[in-house]
Write a protein that binds this ligand. Structure first.
Ligand SMILES: C[S@@+](CC[C@H](N)C(=O)[O-])C[C@H]1O[C@@H](n2cnc3c(N)ncnc32)[C@H](O)[C@@H]1O
Length: 193
């Protein structure tokens, strides 16, 4: 059995996958080296599609290589900021939008997500998910910018209208070295209270 809570990124993806069905449209907001993109590609299957964003050519290249190695051809790679996702797909259309914040491991650590831009990205993601869909963010508060990014994201998430959204935050309480944390936000369906 997979011990889900010991690896934050696996936990985040496992919950995300439970919101996705074959044929869905989903977004990887920060594709990086493409691990999440590949998992999303498999989840939506041949009839579905993934839009994968990154602002770094190196990340888009790494993701492209990973997808090609696995024969995944249902992904559109987009060299653009996640803030622009609403220009690429309609509002209320995606079953999931996934963010893995911070910098590209093994890449240039000065190119990282930043609080104000991430807040704008969250707003775009909330418009993009359909009712019943999920925005999943993996946060890292151990690096420069990360603590401020977390503070601002949690502040925004706490203020979301509870009639429209349901928010959860997961923190690994007894681990050292600032383990990643997860923020999940779902847009409620009409019938959900
Ligand atoms: C932690 S990495 C993502 C790891 C990735 N999910 C994986 O599975 O390998 C964060 C990525 O966010 C990207 N990024 C930073 N700001 C961005 C923005 N405004 N829009 C899109 N991507 C951004 C960085 O270039 C970096 O590749």
């Amino acid at each position: 059995m997979n011990n889900l809570i010991v690896r934050t990124t696996s936990l985040a993806m496992s919950i995300t996958l439970s919101y996705i069905e074959k044929g869905d449209t989903v977004v990887d907001a920060t594709c990086g080296s493409g691990q999440d993109t590949l998992a999303l590609s498999r989840a939506v299957g041949e009839e579905g599609r993934v839009l994968a964003f990154d602002i770094q050519k190196a990340a888009i290249g790494q993701t492209e290589k990973r997808l090609r190695a696995h024969g995944a051809d249902n992904v559109r790679l987009i060299l653009d900021s996640f803030v622009s996702m609403t220009s690429y797909l309609p509002e209320n259309s995606a079953s999931a939008v996934v963010f893995n914040l911070g910098y590209l491991p093994g890449g240039d650590h000065s190119i990282t997500t930043r609080a104000e831009i991430t807040l704008a990205g969250l707003d775009a993601a909330l418009r993009t998910i359909r009712p019943g869909g999920l925005v999943s963010l993996v946060l890292y508060d151990g690096h420069e910018n990360g603590a401020e990014e977390k503070k601002q994201l949690l502040g925004r998430a706490e203020q979301l209208d509870p009639a429209l959204y349901h928010v959860a935050f997961v923190s690994m309480l007894n681990q050292s070295n600032h383990p990643p944390e997860i923020l999940w936000i779902t847009k409620k369906r009409n019938e959900e209270e």
